[in-house]
Ligand binder design. Structure first.
Ligand SMILES: NC(=O)c1ccc[n+]([C@@H]2O[C@H](COP(=O)([O-])OP(=O)(O)OC[C@H]3O[C@@H](n4cnc5c(N)ncnc54)[C@H](O)[C@@H]3O)[C@@H](O)[C@H]2O)c1
Length: 401
């Protein structure tokens, strides 16, 4: 399929607007940002100049309705996503929106229904499901390399966001759960399997350090239909840089990935160079944890390739607004559980799990009358097998002959 050249309207000139534009211009050179929107004329002009963007405007509707662009990329504060999506859908443009899709599950569902009624292409820009390491790990899991997934752990922790609006729930919709938990939830969901329904959530959150009306730390357990658990850990008060790590446990294997900080790349510099080291790095001297290519390591490159290839090929990208909606619904259950201190159901008025058979996690059969509990090679070289009799329940052991 020949690739089309897309002309893009970029909404927002902040951190994510910069990362997205950098990715598009550096790695998919034939797609270009053609028009950029920012509230500030000075910033819009500066950004357009920096990235060679032909048009800039301080009028969001004008940017979206630019006659030459076919794709709108949304990199605005969370409370503006819906407004931007409404305008872009009305203009019949393809829409790629950053995370979180919406402020809550209800708003996310309205957005999903809106784009589906308009028939426009939609992609959920969840970059942390696209790092090359994650894509490779997902492929292994999907091919059965670690058996059935029993548990996932995704942790995102850093010293807090870089702009005022994140800290104000009236604009952001929430704290560390909404900002970082959305990534962790979708990482877990990808490993466990998107056709498997998230059932209920137990969550602790607190405002430990910052003077804000939102949580700055949280841990949640999301329980899935198979019995698998997805653990998410988020913090806006972690010191020392940004921790981004994932672990996956399965009945036949384990995966562990460090995306940031401890990636195997460390530099010690007594005086430093004064240069930027990596996102959310707290130090530019001493032991440093740089990243070779940030947009690649964070998944932006593969994410835009998937999104725009899907658009060209008339297929769906790996992450759509439906996925954004499921993530928002899970986060709603997190907030409900923080309040009630109980397991809370995930409310999914629309669920598209498909008709794939859902197998509960359970024991492995040893023979017709026994379950296998464990097999272990002992120091003397013998192999010990621990079994449970299916009918009597008696647990026994034997040495393999
Ligand atoms: N890894 C990721 O996927 C990732 C990383 C960072 C941010 N984000 C998301 O991107 C979005 C923007 O975050 P950011 O980090 O770029 O924030 P930012 O503060 O760096 O930039 C926000 C942009 O929106 C503009 N803006 C702010 N308030 C506005 C208003 N009231 N009206 C119009 N424009 C306004 C700012 O001028 C700026 O251009 C958020 O939804 C955030 O969750 C995603």
């Amino acid at each position: 399929m020949p690739k089309k050249d897309h002309k893009i309207t970029m909404l927002g000139t902040g951190l994510i607007g910069m990362f997205y534009t950098k990715t598009l211009h550096e790695h998919r050179g034939h797609d270009r940002v053609h028009c950029v929107y920012s509230r500030s004329e000075t910033r819009a002009k500066e950004f357009a100049g920096e990235w060679g963007i032909p048009r800039y405007t301080t009028d969001m509707a004008d940017a979206i309705n630019d006659e030459e662009t076919d794709v709108v990329v949304i990199g605005l504060p969370n409370n503006l996503h819906k407004q931007a999506i409404e305008l872009a859908a009305a203009a019949g443009k393809s829409i790629l929106c950053t995370k979180p899709l919406a402020l809550n599950g209800q708003e996310a569902l309205e957005i999903l229904e809106l784009v589906e009624a308009s028939g426009v292409f939609h992609g959920y820009l969840e970059d942390l499901c696209y790092p090359p390491k994650t894509l490779k790990a997902l492929e292994s899991v999907q091919k059965g390399a670690i058996g059935q997934v029993t548990w996932t752990r995704a942790r995102e922790a850093h010293p807090g966001p870089h702009s005022d609006w994140f800290w104000d729930p009236a604009q952001s919709g929430g704290g560390a759960i909404l900002d970082l938990g959305c990534h962790c939830i979708e990482i877990g969901r990808n490993y466990i399997g998107k056709h498997i329904r998230p059932v209920e959530v137990m969550c602790w959150a607190d405002t430990l350090v910052k003077p804000i009306n939102a949580e700055d730390n949280a841990i949640a357990l999301v329980k899935y239909e198979t019995g698998a658990i997805s653990q998410i850990e988020v913090s806006w008060t972690f010191r020392g840089g940004m921790e981004l790590k994932d672990e996956v446990a399965g009945t036949e294997g384990t995966i562990r990935i460090d995306h940031w900080l401890r990636t195997g790349f460390e530099i010690f510099s007594a005086g430093g160079t004064g240069d930027y080291v990596a996102e959310k790095s707290e130090s530019s001297t001493g032991w440093l944890f740089p990243v070779g290519d940030e947009v690649h390591a964070l998944g932006y490159t593969h994410m835009f390739t998937d999104m725009l290839d899907a658009l060209d090929n008339g297929t769906q990208p790996m992450e759509t607004f439906y996925d954004g909606y499921v993530v928002n619904a899970i986060m709603d259950a997190c907030y409900a559980s923080v309040k009630s201190k109980k397991w809370e159901p995930v409310q999914l008025p629309v669920w598209r799990g498909g008709d794939q058979k859902i197998e509960k996690i359970g024991p492995k059969e040893y023979d017709a009358s026994h379950w296998l509990i464990k097999e272990e090679k002992m120091p003397d070289g013998t192999i010990k097998i621990i079994l449970k009799d299916k009918s009597s329940g008696v647990i026994s052991q034997k040495i393999q002959e």
